[in-house]
Design a binder for this molecule. Structure first.
Ligand code: FES
Length: 79
């Protein structure tokens, strides 16, 4: 699922970034900014940041399978 339509970040990218960042540093403070930096991208419009935050927390607390329970709201639909 594409989470950020500006930079084409998917939910899988977020899961992998959370896993890699948590593995590299168990005490890392995860923010949407750390996810973007890890992926080598920068947010543009920012409308995806609430969803990225929800997915990041869900992946971090319960693992990637929890993302299915997070309701998807496309940033495109808000326009
Ligand atoms: S939808 Fe993510 S920065 Fe625009």
């Amino acid at each position: 699922m594409i989470v950020c339509s500006c930079t084409m970040i998917t939910s899988k990218d977020i899961a992998e970034a959370v896993s890699a960042l948590r593995t590299a540093d168990p005490f890392v403070v995860l923010t949407p900014g750390t996810i973007y930096r890890h992926l080598g991208k920068r947010p543009s419009c920012g409308s995806c940041l609430p969803l990225i935050t929800k997915l990041m927390v869900a992946y971090d607390e319960e693992g990637p399978s929890s993302a299915a329970s997070v309701p998807h709201r496309s940033p495109i639909e808000d326009s």
